[in-house]
Structure formats: C-alpha cells, structure tokens
Design a protein around this ligand. Structure first.
Ligand SMILES: *Cc1c(COP(=O)(O)O)cnc(C)c1O
Ligand code: SF4
Length: 320
C-alpha cells in the first residue's frame, strides 16, 4: 500500500529531496511530538533542492515548532471539553461530526489536531457506535460529517458497512466526508470508493483540503474528475499559511484551477492557534486584503469564505 511505504524518516526525506543534512537534524528534533509522515505521490510534487518549496513546508518538521509562543495551545478549539475525546463533536446544529479515523495520509505540520489524544478514543468502533446512538435519538441531526484523522484511511468495506447503518436512520439526509486523501494519494479514488459514495441513500458531499496549486498534478486532477463524474459534489478548503499560499498569485491560481476541475472553493481557514504552528500564521488583516483582491480577479463563485473557528460558537466566524 502507498501509505505503508510513506516516508517517516527525516534523513530519508532529505536524501530523496537533496536537502542538506542540517535540515534533517532539525527535522528529527522538531518531529518529537508529531512524527514526520509523507507519502510518495506527494513527495513527487516537491521540487528537489528547494528548502522553501510550498509542498515541502507543509510536511517538513522545523525548529520553529519547538518554540513556546503565547496564545498557541495544545487544544486550541477546546475539543477535549466539547466531547472531542469521545470521537464525536456536535457543536453545529444539524451536523454531527465523527472523528472517524485516527490516522492520516500525511502529517501536516500546521494541523490543529496535532496534539489530539487519538489514543484515548475507546476503540475503533467507539465513536461510530456513539454516533449511531446519538444520530438515531436526535431528529434534528440531518448530516453526518466524517472527519479525523482522515476517514478515507479506513477500508472501503468498513466505510460501506457503517454507512449502511447510518442510512437506516430515517431523518439523516447527507453524508459529508472531510479528506485530504484524494489530493495526497489520488490512487485512493478507486471504483469501490466511487461505488460506495454513489450507492448510499444519503447525499454524499466530499470536502478536500488543498492549499497550493502545485498540489494538483495530472493524477490529482483525474481523481477529482472521477469523483465529479460520479455525481459527487466536491468542495475545497484551504488553510491560509505563511510562506505557502499567502500571496494573491498563488491563491488566484489555486481557486481558478479548482473551478476548472469543477471543484468549488468553500472555505479559506484562518490558522487555528495550535502549539507548534505559530510560524504559519498570517494576520487576519492580510487575509482580508487577499480575499478583497481575489474578488477583483476571479468570478464570485471561485472566492471562498474566509473563516475562523471560535470555541463555543455554533458556526464558523466569517472574517471576509
Ligand atoms: C467546521 C465544523 C462543522 C462543519 O461546518 P460547516 O460550516 O457546515 O462546514 C461541523 N462541526 C464541527 C465541529 C466543525 O468544526
Ligand atoms: S490531513 Fe487533516 S487531520 Fe491529518 S494532519 Fe493534515 S490537516 Fe491534520
């Protein structure tokens, strides 16, 4: 499997990308809390020898991660309090989010769940059984959101059997999947996956995370095309990241390319203030400026909503 062969060693990453050994030494130190994980299809899109490559920066542990910066916390969204450790988050009316998988196809260095106590999830089926009980008992829940970790790291057979049980709850209408896998490992978009998404009574909606236009090579474009051709609405969300996509050209190319591929830009997220990610933060004022400039460049439907997550609120907060 592609994921089983993923690069987990900083020395190997630096050898493959022809980066100096100092980079590997710093990465090894910085990866202590949150290990390095990069699958090969992603590696192939990184320009060798360029320490500032925007795809490399998303996955390379750097010394800055160890800095203790005020206001950057281990659990920035208070998920431990709002029930996240049970694998269920029911914060927004009508939508129940399940932390459906503990693993990802990549470790994004800015991830707000980088310190998430996944190991505390009772067992594999714990969150699912609790979600099935809660969804059945609460008629106001219309949509199930599979998040994680990355839910598409689960085998198709398991996704399909669990979704059958969800589909048996009469008031549920939609199944949303938040995943980075179609971008990281486009081979994951198999015929079985499409059959599963197409085959349920629930309306499927796939939200992929993609931050930079260089992430979309021919294989990714083809995978997104297979999903849309199968009738699955595909939305895109990005995180605004310093040094990766915090400039007008990059964002305009990213969102323009996505709409060409029939993938609709949904959210641009302000970074959650998670410990270890302070060096990725872009000031909201700069983010607003960028959105304003994008409005002058792209069709209205190609400009995402710029949002942040505020603990305790029942929806995301619109910044622009
Ligand atoms: C972001 C989020 C959702 C989905 O919100 P939308 O605005 O519908 O995309 C649902 N539940 C939780 C806990 C979330 O963080
Ligand atoms: S894929 Fe998502 S959950 Fe996994 S590390 Fe990246 S941002 Fe975090």
């Amino acid at each position: 499997m592609v994921l089983a062969r993923a690069v987990r060693d900083a020395g190997e990453l630096c050898r493959l990308l022809r980066l100096p050994p100092e980079v590997a030494a710093a990465a090894r130190q910085a990866a202590r809390d949150f290990p390095l994980l990069v699958p090969h299809p992603w590696l192939a899109r990184i320009v060798p020898g360029d320490p500032h490559d925007p795809l490399l920066l998303q996955v390379l542990p750097r010394a800055e991660e160890l800095a203790d910066v005020p206001h950057f916390q281990r659990d920035p969204l208070g998920e431990a309090v709002s029930g996240g450790t049970s694998g269920l988050l029911w914060k927004y009316p009508g939508r129940l989010l399940i932390v459906a998988a503990e693993t990802c196809a990549v470790h994004c260095r800015y991830c707000f769940r980088r310190h998430f106590p996944f190991a505390h999830l009772a067992d594999d089926d714990g969150p699912w059984e609790a979600a099935l009980r809660l969804a059945a008992a609460e008629a106001s829940i219309e949509e199930i959101i599979l998040s994680g970790g990355d839910p598409l790291t689960l085998p198709d057979a398991r996704l399909s059997s669990l979704t059958k049980r969800l589909a048996a709850i009469p008031h549920l209408r939609r199944l949303r999947i938040h995943s980075r896998l179609p971008i990281m490992i486009p081979q994951r978009v198999t015929g079985e996956l499409l059959d599963w998404l197409r085959g349920s009574r629930l309306t499927p909606i796939l939200v992929v995370q993609v931050n930079h236009p260089a992430e979309i090579d021919a294989a990714v474009a083809a995978a997104l095309g297979r999903l849309v051709d199968a009738g699955v609405p595909v939305l895109a969300q990005a995180v605004l990241l310093r040094g990766v996509n915090d400039d007008l050209e990059t964002l305009a190319r990213l969102f323009g390319r996505l709409v060409d591929l029939r993938v609709m830009p949904y959210y641009l997220h302000q970074l959650d203030r998670v410990a270890g990610a302070a060096h990725f933060e872009v000031a909201p004022q700069r983010g607003r400026e960028l959105i304003e400039q994008l409005r002058g460049r792209l069709p209205g439907y190609a400009v995402p909503r710029y949002v942040c997550e505020t603990p305790g609120r029942s929806s995301k907060t619109l910044l622009a």
